[in-house]
Design a protein around this ligand. Structure first.
Ligand code: ZN
Length: 240
């Protein structure tokens, strides 16, 4: 089975569609949250995921759009975008987002947004943070998002190794426990504005990271039209 692993779509339809086109036909789409927030197309992104029968978990921005968490926990721009999203989304989008769990297990994989012990807020930036989460899930592999940066942490003996995937990086899963972050689709933050995605071939356990160009100006124009904060518009061009 070919699985498109996507995270932090952030209501960026142009980026999502570019990623889907580049990955080609897949058998399943797994989404590690932050489907909405920041971007201009929350309803269209959710509609696209629904047509794909995507399997998804809820991120902090999805929770904010639903009013489940206080936007005062966000910085000013994120809070403004969260309130805009909350007003903007249709009842169908709201219902779909509200039905998302914080965690899912599919075979050998646990899917969460931030970390298994704190799916809403914790960022897995470091091997130490990953190591502290090993007891918080029981599957061999955990797929996360939230940082908007592609990262792998793999337990090798007693050492947690860190891998920073780039475009074309391939990795084969083995018996070692591993954290995988596909990198962000809708708002990459590692200085490369190209969208990021991870393809999983379940039969062989092969993972491939891809960086995919997308029409940045298109999303920026839609954000300006919507009156979303300028800083959020500008960061898309620089991948920060
Ligand atoms: Zn995010």
């Amino acid at each position: 089975m070919r699985v498109a692993c996507l995270t932090d779509l952030h209501a960026n339809l142009a980026a999502l569609d570019a990623v889907l086109a580049a990955l080609g036909p897949v058998d399943a789409v797994w989404v590690m949250g932050d489907i909405v927030g920041y971007g201009p197309d929350p309803d269209a992104v959710v509609a696209r995921l629904r047509t794909l029968d995507a399997i998804a978990v809820r991120g902090n921005h999805d929770a904010a759009a639903l009013g489940l968490i206080d936007v005062h926990d966000f910085n000013d721009d994120a809070a403004r975008a969260a309130l805009w999203t909350r007003e903007q989304i249709s009842p169908e989008t709201r219902d779909w987002l509200a039905a998302l769990p914080e965690r899912r297990e599919i075979g050998d994989f646990t899917l969460v947004h931030g970390s298994p012990r704190d799916p809403t807020w914790e960022y897995l930036w470091s091997a130490a943070a990953a190591a502290a989460n090993l007891d918080a899930f029981t599957t061999r592999t955990c797929i996360v998002g939230h940082t908007h940066v592609p990262l792998v942490f793999r337990l090798d003996g007693r050492r947690m190794e860190t891998i920073e995937p780039v475009d074309g990086t391939e990795l084969v899963l083995d018996e070692r426990r591993t954290f995988l972050n596909p990198g962000g689709v809708g708002q990459p933050r590692d200085g490369d504005p190209r969208a990021c995605a991870m393809l999983l071939e379940t039969e062989t356990g092969t993972l491939t990271w891809r960086r995919i160009p997308w029409p940045i100006a298109e999303t920026q124009a839609r954000m300006r039209e919507a009156g979303l904060p300028a800083r959020l518009v500008e960061r898309l061009a620089v991948g920060r």
